[in-house]
Write a protein that binds this ligand. Structure first.
Ligand SMILES: *Cc1c(COP(=O)(O)O)cnc(C)c1O
Length: 382
């Protein structure tokens, strides 16, 4: 059996939509992008959505839209994809890492307080694997300390905090539609917000800083007129991406029900294994099951994590590791960060193995993965 770590879920619907978009001659930002933005905003119960070429672009622009820059501090988790922290550096601000909760693997909201200073301008919580962070506490803390909340929701299309969809809670929420994400457009991202002024700013900044209102004001002079009010970026979404996104959005319930089914099979199979910790879930929230991250106590095995991954690879099973904590990367070490300051992230990293979880898996494949993992762990006990 050959089971890749991740696969998109594309069928004739996306192909047909893509062909019709190509035939429409709108290849860049156009009507499909506007339609996808509007449908996505509705889907997450937000007011505005700005389509971008990635979540990374969204995280960058969200901070810039708040005026974050040199001298400012932005709090985030060390246990994330490095893009979250890189975008803080791009603005000139300083990333401040708050260690994770060892159970949820999300930023530990009980430790946030001690990281807040007079320079704190924002927090970027990351809903790891699709499990929501403690948003009530985070929003309260932001309000009482006068900083903003930008959510990294790269894993959290479909996630609900209590009954609320992720995308309508923080000041801005950044989604990713990268190939492996729950809703995929190849590359792509979206920022949702309820603040019209922030949405306008994001839109202008995403397209060279060209002011749409100037265009409206001077339409009688012709559609060629624009005014640049900011040295903006080229971060816009294209209609080719949006065409894929529109179809994927209609398939989301179906895709998620398959993720739910397979994650349940995993939870059942691994939950009473002595050396395995299964991902935390809570009936209070809706988990998007973007990732399925097992934690294995390799200290009680005579094989290392790398050897475990190689054994599974030989059996045809692709795996990954989420995440290499940001402070472990050489560039961040050079900036003075040390993984020793984040013991929970460090321990999670030593134990983590992400196993395949995506809609195009079959039950047979999931059962095979379960069997191979249980056999490998049980045959490797010290
Ligand atoms: C994938 C990912 C990103 C980046 O998304 P892109 O759309 O590829 O820019 C950011 N944060 C997290 C946690 C991610 O997993």
């Amino acid at each position: 059996m050959k089971i890749p770590y991740a696969l998109p879920y594309i069928d004739d619907q996306e192909i047909a939509e893509l062909i019709s978009t190509l035939k429409s001659n709108w290849l860049s930002r156009g009507p499909k992008t506007a339609e996808f933005e509007s449908k996505f905003a509705d889907y997450v119960d937000s007011e505005y959505a700005v389509g971008l070429n990635s979540c990374t672009a969204g995280l960058h622009l969200a901070q810039l839209a708040l005026g974050i820059g040199p001298g400012d501090e932005v709090i985030t988790t060390p246990y994330t994809f490095v893009a979250t922290a890189n975008t803080i550096l791009h603005t000139g601000a300083k990333p401040v890492f708050c260690d994770i909760d060892p159970i949820t693997m999300n930023i530990d909201h009980t430790k946030l307080e001690k990281h807040i200073t007079a320079n704190t301008k924002a927090i970027i919580p990351v809903h790891f694997a699709g499990l929501p962070c403690e948003m009530d506490t985070i929003m309260d803390m932001a309000k009482s300390n006068n900083f903003k909340v930008i959510e990294d929701a790269a894993h959290a299309v479909y996630t609900r905090y209590k009954k609320e969809p992720i995308g309508c809670i923080g000041d801005m929420t950044c989604f990713s539609f990268y190939t492996t994400k729950n809703l995929a457009t190849g590359e792509g991202g979206m920022v949702t917000t309820k603040d019209e002024e922030l949405a306008d700013r994001l839109r202008v900044m995403s397209l060279h800083g060209m002011d749409r209102n100037a265009w409206n004001r001077y339409t009688e002079k012709g559609s060629w007129f624009y005014e640049v009010i900011y040295p903006g970026y080229k971060y816009n979404m294209t209609d080719i991406q949006a065409a894929l996104g529109l179809v994927q959005l209609t398939k989301l319930e179906e895709m998620q029900s398959l993720r739910n089914k397979y994650s349940e099979m995993y939870q059942k199979a691994f939950s009473n294994q002595e050396l395995i910790t299964t991902p935390f879930d809570s009936s209070e929230h809706t988990h998007a099951w973007h990732l399925y991250v097992l934690r294995i106590d390799f200290e009680k095995l005579f094989i290392t994590r790398s050897e475990f991954i190689e054994i599974l690879k030989d059996k045809g099973i692709g795996t990954s590791v989420h995440f290499i904590p940001v402070p472990k990367h050489p560039y961040y070490k050079k900036l003075g960060y040390s993984i020793e300051d984040y013991p929970n992230a460090s321990k999670a990293y030593e134990e983590a193995v992400s196993i395949p979880l995506y809609p195009s898996l079959s039950e047979e494949q999931v059962n095979y993965i379960i069997e191979m993992i249980l056999t490998t762990v049980n045959n490797s006990k010290r």
